[in-house]
Design a protein around this ligand. Structure first.
Ligand code: PMP
Length: 285
């Protein structure tokens, strides 16, 4: 696999970052993950706009203009002949040659890297199978709207889920669901109304979440953006999670309790079909 690192396209075996890189020492770095479908980037403008917002929030300099980043992403997709999967990009505050909490001076340039990941998006087995989740206290920091690589809490959450015979964790703060460990969380109530937590610093502002809201409105489905409790989730008719690389995955059990009839929910699958159709249209031809 070819990866991109600081201006060069090199084989992954030859891409090296310093032990003094602030991304490595302090998680002083931001990232983005865009889906690639039919060999093309999906919703990439929104991902790059969020990258710019994450950088601004941390006074981190973008390595180059967003349009140039997109050209680099496209070249890497071609280099690796990626048809379906994801492209990961990361910008760290760079290597200041030592371990020092203070920001380095302006001469230190950011470390900018990208790699591709081939994986099925449209026909992932979890779509028909559904996933099992367990609830867990959300112990992440207070600025979850900034997409930083400080991901130890979500790693612990996923590991906890696996150790409890589940696929992922639903994160809870003050009895309210924030999101899943790496996706936004949704429930559907007994009236067929879709519910997801409103944007704030408590959750990542998911690009897929935003796209789904537009599709929900266009298709005349009911939507409420409001916080919901773990109890509501346990009693929901359907639950699903959304992200760039899962699109939508149905949830069939939460804390060992069956959701709905234990199969992927109808409205969930309907909405996924609508999303996949939009995604194919946006990336084909
Ligand atoms: N929340 C968290 C915590 C995430 O890590 C992600 C995936 N990056 C999402 C939500 C979904 O965001 P997106 O739809 O932009 O992938």
């Amino acid at each position: 696999r070819t990866v991109y690192l600081n201006g060069q396209f090199v084989d992954e075996q030859h891409a090296h970052v310093s032990v003094f890189d602030r991304g490595f020492l302090f998680a002083d770095a931001v990232y983005e993950v865009s889906a690639v479908l039919n060999g093309r980037l999906l919703d990439n403008d929104a991902h790059l706009a969020r990258l710019a917002r994450s950088c601004e929030a941390l006074q981190l300099t973008l390595p180059c203009p967003l349009a140039e980043i997109e050209q680099l992403q496209k070249r890497l997709i071609v280099e690796n002949q990626l048809q379906e999967g994801a492209i990961y990009l990361q910008v760290s505050r760079g290597n200041s040659g030592d371990r020092n909490f203070d920001f380095p001076d302006a001469s230190v340039t950011p470390t900018f890297l990208m790699f591709t990941q081939a994986r099925p998006l449209v026909n992932h087995p979890n779509v028909q199978r559904g996933i099992r989740m367990v609830s867990l206290e959300d112990i992440r920091w207070q600025r979850r709207d900034i997409k930083t690589v400080g991901l130890l809490a979500p790693c612990l959450a996923k590991e906890y889920a696996h150790q409890h015979q589940a696929d992922d964790a639903l994160l809870i703060e003050n009895d309210l669901v924030t999101e899943a460990s790496s996706s936004n969380a949704w429930i559907i109530d007994e009236h067929g109304c879709l519910i997801t937590r409103p944007l704030s610093t408590h959750i990542l502002h998911g690009i897929t979440r935003h796209a789904l809201i537009e599709l929900i409105r266009e298709n005349g489905l009911q939507l409420e953006e409001r916080p919901f409790s773990l109890d509501e989730a346990l009693n929901a008719r359907e639950i699903f999670i959304s992200s760039a690389t899962t699109f939508i995955w149905p949830v069939i059990a939460l804390d060992g309790k069956t959701i709905g009839d234990g199969k992927p929910g109808k409205i969930t699958l309907q909405l996924r079909d609508i999303y996949v159709r939009m995604a194919n249209q946006a990336t084909e031809g």
